[in-house]
Design a protein around this ligand. Structure first.
Ligand code: AP5
Ligand code: ZN
Length: 217
């Protein structure tokens, strides 16, 4: 499958994408996860990105486009298709992705928007716990780990993202509505857009997501 998952912070992109990856045996590329791995390694890019991410802004288009291009070309899991999570986030990124895929004759099949009101996102974001190495996420109340504060698979400690506080979330939402909402409009014009209700519990959202593939693609 070749698809993108859009939606505001906390909509459930990172919760649903690993299940899609398993179903379709493809790659899951999350630009946020890639950037956080640079931050963890304290690379020059990571240091620069951390400031921007903690303030809820966007890292430059050139940097994230370069990261996605490299993964699509080199990550062998992407031979089976891809799920993009958190990319594209600006109209420029969407246009560049289109150009990249047209060159390869691998056009996008689905652009799925996880739709949810901002008011529901504060509790999701402030309760999130993540396993940094894998990107797996949990929630203190809605999806607690089996053991207190440790990853179900590796047993390693879970942490809170430094941008997961009410203040940074406010800025991330402003950025989303200003810069990423137009990307939704961009795909609505193409005929591959579908919106699904992301306010329901995770199992219900998963069922709605599966409905996207009813057209057999
Ligand atoms: P990124 O990591 O992409 O963050 P985001 O878009 O803000 O999205 P989140 O990861 O917060 O939300 P999610 O939808 O994945 O939610 P999740 O499934 O975890 O980006 C971070 C930063 O990096 C950006 O701010 C920017 O600075 C930079 N960046 C990244 N990509 C970029 C790009 N392309 N261009 C420029 N800059 C870029 O769920 C959240 C919580 O809710 C979890 O605790 C989960 O357990 C829980 N939950 C999930 N689903 C449900 C449900 N149905 N019911 C109840 N709880 C649920
Ligand atoms: Zn995410």
């Amino acid at each position: 499958v070749r698809m993108i998952l859009m939606g505001p912070p906390g909509a459930g992109k990172g919760t649903q994408a690993p299940k899609l990856k398993e179903k379709f045996s493809c790659c899951h590329l999350a630009t946020g996860d890639m950037l956080r791995s640079q931050v963890a390694k304290k690379t020059p890019l990571g240091r620069e990105a951390k400031k921007i991410m903690d303030q809820g802004g966007l890292v430059s288009d050139e940097i994230v486009i370069g990261m996605i291009k490299a993964e699509l070309e080199q990550n062998s899991e992407c031979k089976g298709g891809f799920i993009l999570d958190g990319f594209p986030r600006t109209v420029v990124q969407a246009q560049r992705l289109d150009a990249m895929l047209t060159d390869k004759d691998q056009k996008l099949q689905h652009a799925v928007e996880l739709q949810i009101d901002d008011g529901l996102l504060v509790s999701r974001i402030t309760g999130r716990l993540v396993h940094p190495a894998s990107g797996r996420s949990y929630h203190k109340v809605f999806n607690p780990p089996k053991q207190n504060m440790t990853d179900d698979v590796t047993g390693e400690p879970l942490i809170q993202r430094s941008d997961d506080n009410a203040e940074a979330l406010k800025k991330r939402l402003v950025t989303y509505h200003e810069q990423t909402a137009p990307v939704v409009g961009y795909y609505q014009k193409t005929g591959i857009w579908k919106g699904i209700d992301a306010s329901q519990e995770p199992g219900h959202v998963w069922k709605s997501l599966l409905g996207v593939f009813d057209d057999g693609k």
